[in-house]
Design a protein around this ligand. Structure first.
Ligand SMILES: Cc1cc2nc3c(=O)[nH]c(=O)nc-3n(C[C@H](O)[C@H](O)[C@H](O)COP(=O)(O)O)c2cc1C
Length: 173
């Protein structure tokens, strides 16, 4: 069961929810959208707004959706859907309907045109508020450049979180 959570009450493992659980990032609208798995990003506060930051390589099909869509959603899922997230994170929407290969069901969001997923246990509905391309001249650790043998530097997108729904584990006690 998921229910509305106020941003001030959102409680999540700040690092592990990305590295261990992952999210599905979706951009577009019910008619035309694309989703991909993301494991790099953050949830926090910026410009007096609750916000998320995601990074998308220009080679992803989702990239053009993120550029053209005013909104996006981030969905986290119980562990039993990990295989489905691996599919969404390895196949491209360019080559066919990868959602049909999973047990995930797109559904309408509450505050944005971009769909979310029925099976999610945390849904962040976001309005895009900022983007910027990573600049390799500013990489201060050799570990960063090593992530870009093709020099396909991520585009960073910030989204203002407009609505949160989640299970009780994501609500501060
Ligand atoms: C666990 C995991 C995490 C990922 N995180 C990111 C990420 O943060 N940014 C990114 O650009 N790609 C990431 N990817 C790769 C995309 O999800 C993958 O290339 C996907 O197939 C792109 O789909 P699309 O072409 O339909 O957009 C990740 C993949 C996996 C499996």
């Amino acid at each position: 069961m998921i229910g509305p959570i106020k941003a001030k009450d959102l409680f999540l493992p700040a690092v592990d929810i990305w590295f261990k659980r992952w999210f599905v990032l979706t951009a577009g609208d019910m008619e035309k959208f694309n989703s991909m798995t993301v494991a790099w990003g953050s949830v926090g506060g910026m410009w007096e707004m609750p916000f998320v930051q995601v990074v998308v390589r220009p080679t992803r099909h989702t990239f053009s959706f993120m550029n053209e869509s005013a909104t996006f959603t981030l969905c986290s899922f119980p562990a039993k859907y990990r295989k489905d997230l691996a599919v969404i994170g390895s196949k491209s929407g360019r080559d066919g309907d990868k959602i049909a290969l999973t047990k995930l069901t797109p559904m309408k969001s509450k505050a944005v045109a971009t769909p979310c997923f029925r099976e999610a246990d945390l849904i962040l509905e976001c309005r895009k508020i900022y983007w910027q391309d990573l600049d390799d001249r500013n990489f201060l650790s050799a570990r960063i450049a090593a992530q870009y043998p093709q020099m396909d530097y991520h585009r960073v997108f910030f989204g203002e979180i407009l609505r949160i729904r989640g299970s009780r584990e994501f609500r501060r006690k």
